[in-house]
Design a binder for this molecule. Sequence first.
Ligand code: FES
Length: 162
Amino acid sequence: MPGQQPLAGLEGILREYQGRRGVLLEVFHRVQDAYGYVPPEAIEPIARALRMHAPTVYGTLTFYTEFRTAAPPRVLVNMCLGPTCHLRGAEAIRRILERRLQLDENGRSPDGAVGVHVVQCAGHCHVAPLAYLNGQVRGRLAMSDVVALAEEARFLAGGASA
Ligand code: FES
């Protein structure tokens, strides 16, 4: 796109795939490994390198949930809303946590450092309801734990208390 800075290292990645077919997902993985996500400004260079239409590249990228189109937050709270967690009040806990962290419609804190995502059961129902804080289980959550959970997330993100 005009006016955008080229992404450092992207040309080197794309050179390996120049003109090849059936490698789009592999390219997404390489780009995501390099940048932590697939930046929107990478779409057109990828399309040119693989001789594809940019809307097709973008459509494929957004079809697969394993690819991120925005930089990941420094701290990620994955809130389980699987059946057991749901029955034990996880939805209400999530709502309060989101309010406490002042999340926007994309589930990000105002500085973008903390994100809250909803996940499904990953087999820790014995400590439901639970959240994963950067992958670490925080189980048997109660409403009274939300402030501490939010503060820990903010602390890990390097910010002030929530
Ligand atoms: S439903 Fe949440 S861990 Fe199983």
